[in-house]
Design a protein around this ligand. Sequence first.
Ligand code: ZN
Length: 152
Amino acid sequence: MALLKIVKAGAPILKETAQPVKKITKQTKQLLDNMAETMYAADGVGLAAPQIDKSLQLIVLDDGTGLIELINPELIEAEGAEYGSEGCLSVPGYYGDVERYTKIKVKSLTRHGKTVIYEPEGFLARIFQHEMDHLKGVLFIEKATNLKLVEE
Ligand code: ZN
């Protein structure tokens, strides 16, 4: 495994729509492993492939209850709305409140190519939406209110 370099806001890839994964290969699985290692090392709760300079629809996330990998995720249902604080490994130090659905249904592929449905709520649903926005070239700072820089 290896740590990957996280690209920061301003990098063009963060504004692009990520390409769907056509075939899940050994390289795809290796990339997912490296993305997870990079996310944990950076103390993040989610990481999308554009953040490591790859235009691919791949996401790793973990709200503290276990690693979830998403390949070509699709939002199929959504309800509710609430504001909550967000930050981003590509926008270090900045936090802001973003409105998100409270409960969603997401269809994805597993690394074994099987279709899986996730029904996250609350904070986990927020992470899904934040990361899926990265696949559309959208950063949370474009949606956030009360954006502030927190010195660490
Ligand atoms: Zn982010």
